[in-house]
Design a protein around this ligand. Structure first.
Ligand SMILES: Cc1ncc(COP(=O)(O)O)c(C=O)c1O
Length: 158
């Protein structure tokens, strides 16, 4: 295949894309001209799946109907929510199910990763972060640094 930067070539690739039908499964925000935006923010909040409202409504209905008992008796019990997510998440990231667990929020997981993997030495201790970063990402830094005061290298480590 010879790559070309023109619109016809892009349209042809779209037409041949086996995942093409997935586009219809998402709400596409519209631009000022009323046309769907070209959406590149998938690394942050992705597009809303059209099925999301029904799934969230199910959880709200279970909460309204069952209160705290929804932890165990909801259609998808909340207490064990990580279990049905384990296999599909492993498939998504190419890991074994035993290696995967879905838990917490992104911010909490960043704190856990920093506390686990950040091992400063005298010569390698800088944390680089874009400016401006997401507000809660920025909060990871001071928290981590205060947790890690006890891990700071002694003069024999570098
Ligand atoms: C880059 C980034 N950091 C942090 C967050 C906050 O995530 P959470 O509310 O799960 O901690 C978001 C949410 O969109 C994000 O995009």
């Amino acid at each position: 295949m010879t790559f070309s930067a023109d619109e016809n070539f892009a349209s042809q690739l779209d037409a041949e894309d086996p995942l093409r039908s997935f586009r219809d499964k998402f709400h596409l925000p519209l631009g000022k001209d009323g046309k769907p935006l070209i959406y590149f923010a998938g690394n942050s909040l992705g597009l809303m799946p059209k099925s999301a409202r029904q799934v969230v409504d199910q959880e709200l209905d279970d909460w309204a109907r069952l209160g705290v008992d929804a932890h165990l008796d909801a259609k998808t019990p909340w207490y064990t929510y990580h279990e049905p997510l384990r296999e599909p998440t492993a498939r998504l990231i190419g890991a074994k199910p035993v290696e995967v667990i879905c838990m917490n929020s992104l911010t909490v997981n960043l704190h856990l990763m920093m506390a686990t993997f950040y091992r400063p030495t005298k010569s390698r201790f800088k944390i680089l972060m874009e400016d401006p970063a997401f507000p809660s990402d920025t909060s990871c830094e001071p928290t981590t640094l205060s947790i890690l005061l006890s891990k700071m290298p002694t003069s024999s480590q570098s």
